[in-house]
Structure formats: C-alpha cells, structure tokens
Ligand binder design. Structure first.
Ligand code: SAJ
Length: 427
C-alpha cells in the first residue's frame, strides 16, 4: 500500500523505514524543513542503535521517500509529539491538530488515518475526528479512523517495532480491520483489537502508568530499607522469588518523555488520580531525597563539589529529556528557594559538574570523568551506562579526599567497594 507517515521522530522515522523495508511505498513527511533536509542528505537526526542503516536501506531501495508535503495515500500514520504543558498539567495537542488539518485536503474515500502518538483518552474521537470530518467525509463510513499506540522502548526500537504485541482500536470494526491489514504486514507479535479508539488510548496510558507506579513502589521500598539499614535491591530481589511478585528497581526517579507524563494524560479528563498522582510525587521526590543524603553525608552542601555521572534519562541512551541527572544538577545549583525538596534553603552554594559518555548535547557543560571527580566531595551515579561499570574505587581514591559515592542505580559491585575506603551509599 501507499503510506504517508506524519512526523519523522523517534517513532515515525523507524516506522516509515520498517514499512518501506516491507515493500510499502512510503512518504515520510515532517513539518520541520530542517528534519527533511537532513534526512535528504542522508543524516539521521535520531540517536538509536541500528536506525541509520535501517533508514538508509529504506531510502536506497526507493520505497521510502522523504517529503516536504503531505501526499495522498491509502494510509496516513500520525506520529507527532504530544508535549506536556507543565503549567496546565495537560497534553498539548497542537501537533495533532496540525497533522489532521494537513490530511484534510488529501483525504479520499477508502483511506485510513491512524493516530500513533500518545494522547489523553478521547483524543482520536473528540479532537482528530472533527478535524478530519471537515473534509465532508465521515469517519467509519467514508474513511477509517484508528488509534494504534506505539509501545517501543528507546534503545531497542527496531526490534520492538516488529516483535511487540499491538493494540488497535478503530472508531468502528471496519476501521479497525483496515489498520490490522497494514500492521499485519510487519508485526510479528500478536495484534489485539477493540472497536473503540478511546480504549486503545487508555490501554497505552495504563501500561506506562503501571511501570511508573511500580517504580514508585520500588523507590519507597528503597527509602524504607535505608531506615532499617538494609539493602533495598537485595530485599527486592528476594521478594521477587515469589511467583506473583515482580517489583521493579529503585533509582533516582523516572525520566524520559513517556513515564513521567503519561499518568497525567490518564487523569486529564477525570478527577480520579490518587495512587497514580502520589506515585508521581514519590518518583519526582527522589531527587530531593538524594540531595538530603548528600547533605547528611557531607554535613553541609555549602562550598562542596558534587560530580554527577550520567545525565541521560536512562542507561545506554543519549536522550536527556526529563533527565534525573540534570534535575539533580539544577536542584543542587541555583535552587536555594526550591520549597518542595530542599528544606533548609540558603546554604546551597554547590559546585556541580556533569559527565556523560553517551550524551552529545553541546549546550550542556559536559566534562571528562577525570575532570568531574577531581577534588570532588561526592560522586553521584545517576544512570546505568555500561561505561560506568569500569569505574573502580581506586579511581575515586586517587582524585578525592574522603571519597563518597552515591550509586542510585545499584550498578557497582558492593563487595569490591565496601572493601575500599570509599563510602558507598546505595539507593
Ligand atoms: N526506571 C527505574 N526503574 C526500573 C525501570 C526503569 O527507575 O526498574 C526508570 C529509568 O531509569 C528511566 C525511566 O524509568 O528513567 C523510564 O525508562 P524505561 O526504560 O522504563 O521506559 P522508557 O520511558 O524508555 O519507555 C517506556 C516503555 N514503556 C513500558 O515499558 C511500559 C516503552 O515500551 C514505551 O514505548 C515508551 O515508554 C513510550 O514511548 O511510551
């Protein structure tokens, strides 16, 4: 079939290449001319393993064409961002509205429009459908309209695009089946359907909310463990021996562009967020907890140097969106008046330096590992990049006076570190 993919970001670009590599004729459209120009020059603007070769293959075969214009196609797949408006605590649906408006002039009878972007429940029917129907075609009757949420994990996108089970929810059965035919051509996982786009939207959000809430439980367990003087990770590992218990790992809070946001999307048109909202607070509160640990260990933060290792939002990616490492840097630096997490404001004059071997963002003042730990009073490990496994107690001992290492990801070997003079604190 012919497919027009709207939005060539983390989801749209791999999806466009996947469909093209499965012999569909694909037009990859992005509203940002910089993106289409870069792709036209063979440059991939997204950092994801294997993506460059995968996209190059699709373009070289002639099946994937990058375009500046929305073209008519049997299938339109919308993969545009849905940013979170921090102030309003709600989704900004502007890109979806624009994508819908761009489809209207090219929409024909028999076409299928698929929304993949993560959205608050009701968006497909209440926001996208009326825009598309301004074409005088009616959803479900003249064209198919479907929500099919993406579920791929950054770092493993190409594999998961193919292997993951998919949920497809159309505005009616005919719509759903039209989308199933397309996904069936490349998805090896199971395709489950519902004739209700809102259910599909809801399902995506409760998947990410499940993970966020489970991590919040792990984080609260970590805080409890510290009060009892036990190792949270050992306790969780042992608890997970039970056949019906599966607790995730504690850490410095939850980052990325999905997990910290989707729970709020879920509650956008409801007053029922309670446990879920508290889980969010627990996860966001981990940064303040780490600041408190540092203050306890160092006596004061005033005049201290703190080295942060890892400002990507998670291990082995270069993405810094909603990164716990950067949030820690912010809270340690100029945040004397931060009321939520830093109780004794006024004393914070901290020299913060950051190191991340996987982040390339030149707007950040990234330094080498040697530079950040040199004369540091404490080192805080904030992501589990593979590179950090090689850090040894001796590295710190040589460059720090009374070395303190806070391992928020539980990645360092406890026996090795406890046998050294380094004060290792694990979350
Ligand atoms: N994290 C923990 N403890 C854990 C697991 C993760 O603290 O045990 C933290 C990570 O360090 C990171 C954050 O959670 O800061 C999120 O990382 P992640 O790997 O759990 O998920 P994302 O945000 O990269 O991708 C998620 C995935 N959703 C689920 O696993 C349910 C992915 O499948 C979705 O496609 C993606 O959100 C999305 O786009 O919605």
């Amino acid at each position: 079939s012919t497919v027009c993919v709207h939005g060539l970001g983390y989801i749209g670009l791999p999806t466009a290449a996947m469909l093209a590599n499965y012999d569909h004729k694909v037009y990859g459209y992005d509203a940002d001319p910089e993106v289409t120009e870069q792709l036209g020059n063979g440059e991939i603007h997204i950092d994801e393993p294997g993506l460059r070769a995968f996209v190059t293959q699709a373009i070289n075969s002639g099946q994937l064409e990058i375009t500046n214009e929305v073209v008519s196609a049997k299938y339109h797949i919308i993969c545009v961002p849905t940013p979170f408006d921090e102030k309003e605590k709600e989704a900004d649906l502007g890109y979806i509205e624009k994508a819908g408006e761009a489809i209207v002039p090219v929409l024909r009878e028999g076409d299928t429009v698929i929304l993949e972007s993560t959205v608050p429940p009701g968006t497909t029917v209440e926001v996208l459908q009326p825009i598309l129907e301004s074409s005088d075609h009616s959803a479900g009757a003249d064209f198919a309209l479907v929500h099919c949420p993406e579920t791929v994990l950054p770092g493993n996108i190409i594999n998961e695009l193919q292997q993951n089970n998919r949920i497809i929810g159309g505005v009616n059965g005919v719509s759903t089946q039209a989308a199933v035919r397309l996904y069936d051509s490349f998805v090896e996982g199971r395709i489950r359907t519902t004739s209700d786009a809102t259910t599909a939207e809801f399902v995506k959000l409760i998947q990410n909310t499940f993970r966020d809430t489970n991590i919040a439980l792990a984080n609260e367990i970590a805080r409890l463990s510290r009060d009892y003087g036990i190792d949270s990770r050992e306790a969780i590992d042992l608890a997970n021996e039970h056949p019906r218990v599966d607790i995730l790992q504690p850490g410095p809070g939850v980052g990325g562009h999905c997990l910290p946001i989707d729970p709020w999307f879920l509650g956008q048109n409801s007053d029922e967020l309670d446990l879920i909202a508290n889980a969010r607070k627990v996860n966001d509160g981990m940064i303040g907890y780490i600041v408190d640990i540092l203050r306890d260990e160092l006596g004061t933060l005033n005049g201290k140097k703190v080295a942060i290792l890892g400002v990507a939002y998670k291990g082995n990616v270069g993405d810094t969106r909603m990164s716990p490492g950067l949030e820690l840097a912010r809270q340690l630096q100029g945040t004397t008046n931060e009321p939520v997490t830093i109780a004794d404001g006024g004393e914070m004059d901290v020299d913060v330096s950051i190191h991340d071997p996987q982040v390339t963002d030149s707007t950040l003042n990234l330094e080498s590992l040697e530079a950040v730990i040199s004369d540091a009073d404490a080192v805080v490990l904030m992501t589990d990049h593979d590179e950090f496994e090689d850090i040894e107690p001796s590295t710190l001992i040589h460059s720090m006076g009374d070395p303190i290492m806070v391992d928020t990801k539980g990645m360092l070997d406890v026996d090795e570190w406890n046998n050294s003079v380094v004060n290792l604190i694990r979350i």
